[in-house]
Design a protein around this ligand. Structure first.
Ligand code: C2O
Length: 549
């Protein structure tokens, strides 16, 4: 493959949205950030230079980083942050993946403005397994906040209260006509009638799962998280933070001069307040030159109907429809024989605070989030460095529990003790361990959907259901034939999801809820995958410019 070079200068830039100008952190002054384009098999080299007062790290979300874990990016997991005035070169090869992914900052809440698309084209001369689109259009959904992110994190961490909700959702950085002073900040997609477009949908929002729809049109879903899927039709796509979905849009035949609303708004299940506003763009039909229609005739703007904000049955049905292509060319290599089984509860709880924290819960407590009741504490140096140089003492312990400390009715009323513990605990897996992991939502502080993201791997979503996972009967119903293969999956509100993956990638791999507020509260953990014996089964040493803590 080729080598694609990029330079990311991290710098401040004044951007005006909703009648307010704000200095935001950007790549090369662009918002949203620049697109990375590569073909399957290419090497991508991105030099990131930090010109701002914040520590920076960039994550290439969904890129498998096969034996290139030093380039993965989560701060204090695979690297120390890039400090002001310093730089780091991310260097990785794209192996066995093609489709849409995205990059984003992976430190504090800086990904609120630091994000952009990654487009991985098939190898030269290799066609898509679906009709060749006339045009490909990245559509990256985000959130816009008037408050600066440091204030937001303080709100979330110190008080344990959910931070203010965002002030707008955005389509390619633009809120659209339904927000104050935003009519001119509207994403417009001009299309020709009777033509096929590929929309590359990305949810880069901080804290909201989103429904996405275009009035008067339907989509054919063809890919999720850079894996081809069995095509299916839908009017609405549900996309969680961290997920990407490619859809074909076939424009209609006789619509010269017509405009249709593109719209997205939240799917929200948790107890906290959320922004229930709608962001929108406009799909505009070109007047074809040969058209017999009269010029200047405007059709009214049609609005799509989206599911209501808590439509969990839509969410469950939609996620069930996503199936791997599982064709001879694109097989679904679902692990069949399982070496290790894990059962993780994911959800919110209460944590006691240290004296210097300004906690606002009763008896000096705050809301926290945990996996198996462990709220993850960020270490002072990166897990991967500690692991690679065998200096793990005081950095992490290897006793992350395979099961929750107590069994209870996870989707019922809360148990008497809802205090979470905390620690920097990991699971260590020998190279090539095949893993089955069931993740169970707890309704301790209210049932809530959690988009869980795993770094370093794709996993197969072999099962999902509502209520408590039943280890006797549910595994018999697992789909081992054509389950969705992805990197982020919504654990259903008041339910569970089962995934399988092969730990064939040595390194330290973060797994966390992609709702940023839950990550901050501790809904995260890490897997350490050991080297294998073979030369191609080991993680190479870190690059010379790996930042120091
Ligand atoms: Cu998209 Cu760990 O993140």
């Amino acid at each position: 493959g080729a080598t694609r070079h990029y330079k990311f200068d991290i710098k401040m830039q004044n951007v005006t949205r909703l009648c307010q100008t704000k200095s935001i952190v950007t790549v090369n002054g662009q918002f949203p950030g620049p697109q990375i384009t590569a073909r399957e098999g290419d090497r991508v080299v991105v030099k990131v230079v930090n010109h701002v007062q914040y520590n920076i790290s960039i994550h290439w979300h969904g890129v498998r980083q096969l034996r290139s874990g030093w380039a993965d990016g989560p701060a204090y997991v695979t690297q120390c942050p890039i400090q002001t005035g310093q730089s780091y070169v991310y260097n990785f090869t794209i192996v066995g993946q093609r489709g849409t992914l995205f990059w984003h900052a992976h430190i504090s809440w800086l990904r609120v403005t630091l994000y952009g698309p990654i487009v991985i084209l098939p190898k030269k001369g290799v066609p898509y397994p679906f009709p060749q689109p006339y045009k490909e259009v990245p559509i990256i959904l985000g959130e816009w906040w008037k408050t600066d992110t440091e204030t937001l994190i303080t709100q979330a961490l110190q008080t344990g209260l959910a931070p203010n909700v965002s002030d707008a959702f955005t389509v390619n950085g633009l809120p659209g006509p339904f927000y104050n002073c935003s009519a001119k900040d509207t994403f417009k997609l001009k299309v020709k009638p009777g033509t096929t477009y590929l929309l590359r949908l990305i949810n880069a929002a901080l804290n909201d799962e989103l429904f996405f729809s275009i009035a008067g049109h339907h989509f054919t879903v063809v890919e999720a998280d850079a894996v081809y899927t069995k095509p299916f039709q839908t009017n609405t796509v549900l996309i969680t933070p961290g997920q990407t979905t490619n859809v074909l849009l076939r424009t209609r035949h006789h619509f010269p001069n017509a405009s249709f609303l593109i719209a997205a708004r939240p799917y929200a299940t948790g107890p906290a307040a959320f922004d229930n506003t709608t962001t929108s763009g406009i799909l505009e039909y070109h007047q074809p030159s040969s058209s017999t229609h009269k010029k200047g005739v405007k059709f009214p703007l049609l609005k799509p109907s989206l599911p209501i904000f808590n439509d969990t049955s839509f969410a469950a049905n939609f996620s069930r429809k996503i199936r791997s292509l599982a064709s001879p060319k694109f097989p679904a290599n679902v692990p069949k024989k399982i070496d290790r089984k894990f059962f993780f509860t994911v959800g919110l709880g209460i944590m006691s605070c240290s004296k210097n924290q300004n906690c606002q819960g009763p008896n000096n407590t705050r809301v926290a989030a945990a996996v198996n009741n462990v709220s993850f504490v960020q270490p002072n140096i990166a897990l991967l460095q500690a692991h690679f140089f065998n200096k793990t003492k005081g950095v992490y312990t290897t006793d992350f529990p395979a099961n929750p400390p107590i069994k209870f009715n996870y989707t019922g009323p809360p148990p008497s003790n809802i205090m979470v513990s905390s620690g920097t605990k990991v699971v260590v897996l020998p190279f090539n361990t095949s893993v089955e992991l069931v993740m169970q939502d707890t309704s301790i502080l209210g049932a809530e959907s959690h988009p869980l993201h795993l770094h370093g791997f794709n996993f197969f979503v072999v099962g999902q259901g509502f209520g408590n996972f039943d280890p006797k009967n549910d595994p018999g119903k697992f789909n081992l034939v054509d389950p969705a293969e992805r990197n982020t999956v919504g654990v259903p509100a008041g339910g569970w999801v089962a995934i399988r993956f092969l730990a064939d990638n040595p390194g330290a791999w973060f797994m966390h809820c992609h709702l940023e507020v839950h990550t901050s509260w501790g809904l995260k953990m890490a897997w350490i995958v050991q080297d294998g014996k073979g030369r191609k089964q080991k993680l190479p040493p870190p690059p010379k410019d790996l930042p120091k803590c």
